[in-house]
Design a protein around this ligand. Structure first.
Ligand code: ZN
Length: 483
């Protein structure tokens, strides 16, 4: 039995976050809407209708192509891809076949180990990126099938990789980086929960050290990173067992499905070939042409790649996980930068923005956009910095800000949280504390410096944490020394 290694390639379908569908004016946000309400004769495939390409979708696909290092073709066109299935009312999908939008890219990504640090830097070549429209959604109930065409016509990017991936874990790390890139350039929301990003994964085995690629098994329609990982792990093991049994690789390409509940694949059919789809150029759409100068302008205007951002943030002293989180979320990043500019301390800033703010948002089930913005966070930090409230009270205030949407000054005023910093008020308090804690005073006089802690504690308890601890310490020490 030779030593075998896995060869994996992905086809990634990502829905674009445009206002309208790919070839008609229907609302592209069908989530939670009544079935078959965001449809029209064009996306329902009625005879006699004409598609109109969505400029916004093409612009987003171009941004995505450039961000993954592809060259955008100066000219490309759409093709009809024929297949008969109830989710596709026209009987064909408008896709791109031999002249795709973009070719020849490369995505760099990191393999993260269990402790959250990069253990390996890798890259995966991108074969092509093309545009197409999504199909409708079928739900099966017993012997009946319900069709919802709200999703029919949603703009999709299909991104095809070279077979550069070597394991399930590797494929997931690549797919997650790709997802972050698509989000960062605003091409897709890539919300896995809403099915906005889906994978077909091809896997074959080859003898280690050889170049020859063997027939592959293509796992269709994986909807989550977990499914991608489990399906590839399962199929790799199945192919290894088959190799042992048959003393060699698969005889021909096959297509399999993934059963999420049973955690196994099942053979669907021999793989279709391009001929089965009877591709031909879409006669109702003109070819697309791109100007080199315009493309260069788009490319130079792209934001930095999330991985570069992550490295920059890591160099400030954040953990890789924190850096990853910030680089993947532009809204959170903006807040972080505003607070960092004020505090000039990355660790402290990440404590407030990532640990506290993001933690409270998660607990409240809110997105960053639904929580306090950069200015609201600066108001809070200001109140802590100028001693109006303590850092620990600041945490409570932030929790209320997330819950109620009120500003820090409002909450501090309403709840009477302002720190007592008034000298004469604190002097009176310290005198009371000394009188109430004779034992602690005695130990201090005998040389036990830590006895002061008990007296400060008494004051903090008495004022419900509102006395300014630094000032209390100073006044107390002076009075004790004077005695
Ligand atoms: Zn429509």
């Amino acid at each position: 039995m030779p030593e075998l290694e896995a060869v994996i390639g992905l086809e990634v379908h990502a829905q674009m976050n445009t206002k309208t569908k790919m070839f008609c004016g229907c609302d592209n946000d069908a989530f939670g809407k009544t079935p078959n309400t965001t449809v029209c004769p064009i996306c329902m495939g009625f005879p006699g209708t004409l598609p109109v390409p969505n400029k916004e979708a093409i612009a987003k696909a171009v941004r995505a192509s450039l961000a993954i290092g592809c060259a955008v073709a100066s000219e490309c066109h759409f093709d009809r891809k024929h297949y008969f299935y109830p989710d596709l009312p026209a009987g064909f999908q408008i896709s791109q076949y031999d002249f795709p939008l973009a070719k020849g890219g490369n995505v760099h990504y990191d393999i993260i180990d269990a402790s959250g640090n990069t253990s390996e830097e890798r890259s995966c070549r991108i074969t092509r990126l093309h545009m197409e429209n999504d199909a409708g959604k079928l739900s099966h109930y017993g012997n009946s099938t319900l069709c919802d065409y709200n999703r029919a016509g949603t703009p999709l990017m299909e991104i095809v990789t070279e077979p550069d991936l070597t394991s399930a874990q590797d494929a997931v790390a690549f797919a997650q980086e790709l997802r972050r890139i698509l989000i960062s350039v605003g091409a897709s929301d890539a919300d896995m929960f809403k099915g906005m990003m889906r994978f077909d994964a091809s896997i074959s085995l080859k003898e280690k050290g050889t170049k020859k690629l063997n027939p592959r098994s293509e796992i269709k329609n994986l909807n989550s990173f977990k499914a991608l990982e489990k399906a590839l792990q399962f199929e790799e093991k199945r192919l290894r067992d088959l190799w042992k049994k048959d003393n060699g690789p698969l005889k021909n390409d096959i297509t399999v499905g993934w059963l999420d509940d049973e955690e196994k694949t099942h053979v669907l059919r021999d793989k279709e070939t391009a001929g089965d789809y009877r591709y031909f150029p879409e006669p109702d759409l003109p070819p697309l042409e791109f100007d080199t100068k315009e493309l260069e302008k788009v490319r130079t205007g792209l934001p930095p790649l999330p991985r570069e951002e992550k490295k920059k943030l890591s160099s400030l002293g954040l953990t890789e996980a924190e850096a990853q989180q910030l680089s993947a979320d532009a809204d959170l990043r903006q807040i972080f930068e505003a607070v960092l500019a004020k505090l000039k301390d990355a660790k402290r800033t990440s404590g407030i923005v990532i640990t506290q703010l993001q933690g409270f948002l998660n607990a409240a089930g809110k997105t960053v956009r639904q929580g306090p913005g950069a200015q609201a966070m600066l108001d809070l930090v200001e109140a802590i910095e100028n001693g109006k409230i303590s850092g620990s009270k600041g945490k409570d205030v932030l929790e209320k800000m997330v819950e109620t949407g009120k500003s820090a000054p409002e909450i501090i005023a309403e709840e009477g949280l302002e720190q007592i910093s008034d000298e004469s008020a604190l002097e009176t308090l310290v005198e009371k504390a000394i009188a109430a804690n004779p034992k602690a005073v005695e130990s201090f006089k005998k040389g036990k410096a830590q006895a002061l802690g008990a007296i400060v504690g008494w004051i903090m308890k008495e004022t419900k944490g509102q006395a300014n601890p630094e000032k209390v310490n100073g006044i107390l020490l002076n009075k004790m020394k004077a005695n």
